[in-house]
Design a protein around this ligand. Structure first.
Ligand code: G1P
Length: 289
């Protein structure tokens, strides 16, 4: 088996972010900051750190702030330089990608995560690729995708990040029907999207990091709606099992569901405490509650 390297990553960012209204009325949810960086930048940095060379955004209406964020801003750069604010200048230069490394396509209708990934098919082409959902913020060193790439480079096929969730939460995730489990890597013979707790084949759930083989596009081409009337990436991946191996990696690190308020607040605390410049003072602030 030849294992082709993962060079491209897809970032589905077309979602409306209704759970964060009114904050997301005029701002994409992916631009919500954790400490001082937007969620999407954490995902892009994680992908860069994993060796990704091409960054494909599947965006939508009212998401232009994301494009601006990853672009140069010569006026701001010049002003920071003139005022000697070199740390601030470094912080904005750090997020800038090389010309041509980043591309954007639009998901014109909200037809589901599978549909969003399918919108990137021509930009991905016939090679393995990663998918990162910026809502799932992961505090880990090395980064979660890097851990996955290391695993993928040994075993190939489809590799996703997984973690055990309380049984009452299985209806929020893609769940593995496990056939083999060594405690670190779980192989699945099937996948179910958002099963009711009583029907879930396990409690091992997919977190928003995927390394996928291009065969998944053939299944997504069918445009078949699944649970919630949406085209599900989980269903398309499930249909390739047998042809493409499917393994879940229990990554080392802590994941925060920034798609809901509590997870987002907790992420700000955890990432704040992980920062040398503010952790001591933040600890004091927290004690006062
Ligand atoms: C999506 C996927 C689901 C996965 C989850 C991870 O669901 O459909 O399989 O477990 O992301 O966060 P969503 O959170 O978009 O409803």
């Amino acid at each position: 088996m030849t294992i082709k390297p993962v060079r491209k990553a897809v970032f589905p960012v077309a979602g409306q972010g209704t759970r964060f209204l009114p904050a997301t009325k005029a701002m994409p949810k992916e631009m919500l900051p954790v400490v001082d960086r937007p969620l999407i930048q954490y995902a892009v940095d994680e992908a860069r750190d994993a060796g990704i060379e091409e960054f494909i955004f599947v965006t939508g209406r009212a998401k232009s702030a994301i494009e601006d964020h990853f672009d140069r801003s010569s006026e701001l750069e010049r002003s920071l330089e003139e005022r000697g604010k070199l740390d601030a200048l470094a912080s904005i230069m750090d997020g800038v990608l090389e010309p041509g490394q980043i591309s954007y396509t639009r998901q014109q209708q909200p037809l589901g995560l599978g549909h969003a990934v399918w919108c990137a098919r021509n930009l991905v082409g016939d090679e393995p690729f990663a998918v990162l959902l910026a809502d799932d913020l992961i505090l880990a060193a090395p980064g979660c995708l890097k851990q996955m790439v290391e695993t993928y480079n040994r075993i190939g096929g489809n590799v996703v990040a997984v973690e055990d969730v309380p049984r009452e939460h299985t209806d929020r995730y893609g769940i593995l029907d496990v056939s083999n489990d060594d405690g670190k890597i779980a192989e699945a013979k099937g996948l179910v999207e958002k099963p009711a707790p009583a029907d879930a084949p396990s409690t091992l759930s997919i977190i928003g990091r995927y390394i996928l083989q291009p065969e998944v596009f053939r299944e997504l081409d069918r445009q078949e709606a699944g649970v919630g009337g949406e085209i599900q990436i989980t269903d398309a991946i499930a249909r390739t099992i047998g042809e493409v191996t499917f393994n879940g990696l229990r990554f080392d690190g802590r994941r925060f569901d920034c798609g809901n308020q509590l997870g987002f607040i907790e992420a700000n605390i955890a990432f704040g405490l992980a920062r040398d410049d503010i952790s001591r003072e933040l600890r004091e602030v927290l004690k006062s509650y």
